[in-house]
Design a protein around this ligand. Structure first.
Ligand code: SF4
Ligand code: SF4
Length: 374
């Protein structure tokens, strides 16, 4: 028997015959539905899969996808990016963040622009990589600009845990962690909301457990299926949603059972609880203030909190997006990227005007890259 390779783990979940099989099953079941169903995939990872594998085209006309606000890069408001920019421009600071964040435009430019103007901005794959940067630059303050939903929060908490235990003096934190259920609730509170069911983000659920979505099927009567990221996962999840509608049920189900359970990762949750508490609100780009949707460091860790230590430099007034950008409507599931007047012209991945064009998980970037499949 040959050595196990990474591709062996996902090949079955991309099998065209299995995908077609689900497409047929969904088509048959969907004939029993009286109305169109709008299914929101909350997470940008799912948007990417749907676009990359052309899944919408395999579905009958009465099953429609709406793209949601589940990409941490897309929802970062301009004023928070400005914070990162201002901190990065301080002479004795190295600003560290994750991936695509450095390309998102704030009102002063992106972190990439700050770097071009002499700032020391670095990106890491894991927050713990910040430790090495801090050790090699003892004369600098290394500020970790933390982003992400429930998925990445424990990694930031783990970094702070090491910083405290090892008595590291030169790492500070700017926290921008947000939580998914409050954003989903905000979308449902909109009178024009047309969401009928959700595909629940799976990485988030590995940490928090599927239990965070239980109010949606019960209180709001919106079915939720926590879905894996491969195309077979998504198609199976759609079949599960359709079955619920045919059988007139509204339940929380987990398709991605190979990684998600009801309670989630209790150890990670305890670490989060130790260092973070709910902030009163967090402003999501395009969606506005969402109560209880953000996290902040607990007050006893203020000496590590860059937002407190640099308070005088950092403003919190909202800064509006480019007036032609409709990222807000896209994140609410009210519009699709081609409806934006500057999609693919003034706004492209090389010159993004809004955040949905920046992140590889953003809806506009996914349409730009895979839109020819439509
Ligand atoms: S972190 Fe996970 S859940 Fe969040 S947008 Fe990325 S892939 Fe989706
Ligand atoms: S195409 Fe660009 S400007 Fe238009 S909504 Fe998307 S990100 Fe915003």
């Amino acid at each position: 028997m040959g050595e196990l390779q990474l591709k062996d783990l996902y090949t079955g979940f991309r099998d065209p015959e299995v995908i077609q099989g689900y497409a047929k099953l969904i088509e048959e079941e969907a004939k029993k539905l009286p109305n169109l169903i709008n299914i929101m995939e909350v997470c940008g990872g799912h948007t990417h899969t749907i676009m990359k594998y052309g899944l919408q085209q395999l579905l009958p006309e009465n099953i429609n996808f709406l793209h949601g606000p589940g990409c941490p890069v897309c929802i970062m408001p301009k004023e928070r990016i400005d914070h990162a920019y201002i901190l990065a421009m301080q002479e004795d600071v190295i600003l560290v963040t994750l991936g695509d964040m450095i390309k998102v435009p704030g009102s002063k430019g992106s972190l990439q622009d700050a770097r071009a103007r002499g700032a020391d901005v670095r990106f890491v794959y894991s927050p713990l990589d910040t430790l090495k940067i801090a050790k090699e630059n003892q004369d600098k303050k290394v500020i970790f600009f933390a982003i992400g939903f429930e998925t990445t929060t424990p990694m930031t908490a783990a970094l702070l845990d090491v910083v405290i235990k090892q008595g590291i003096e030169n790492i500070l934190f700017h926290i921008n962690h947000v939580t998914v259920p409050e954003a989903m609730e905000l979308l449902l509170s909109d009178e024009e909301c047309s969401i009928d069911a959700f595909l629940g983000p799976s990485h988030v659920s590995v940490i928090s457990g599927s239990q965070i979505y239980k109010k949606f099927p019960h209180e709001y009567k919106k079915p939720v299926v926590v879905a894996g990221f491969e195309p077979v996962d998504v198609m199976e999840s759609i079949a599960m949603v359709v079955k619920q509608f045919v059988e007139k049920r509204s339940e929380l189900e987990v398709q991605y059972k190979r990684a998600v359970n009801h309670e989630g990762n209790l150890k990670a949750q305890a670490l989060n609880e130790k260092y973070f508490e709910k902030a009163q609100k967090f402003r999501f780009r395009g969606l506005g203030d969402i109560p209880n949707s953000g996290l902040k460091l607990r007050d006893e860790y203020n000496k590590y909190n860059a937002e407190v230590l640099y308070e005088e430099l950092l403003k919190s007034e909202p800064i509006e997006d480019h007036k032609l950008c409709i990222c807000g409507d896209i994140l609410k599931g009210k519009a699709t990227p081609p409806q934006c007047s500057i999609f693919g012209t003034a706004c492209k991945p090389s010159t993004p005007m809004g955040s949905c064009m920046v992140s590889s998980e953003g809806a506009c970037a996914a349409y730009y890259k895979y839109g020819k499949l439509l």
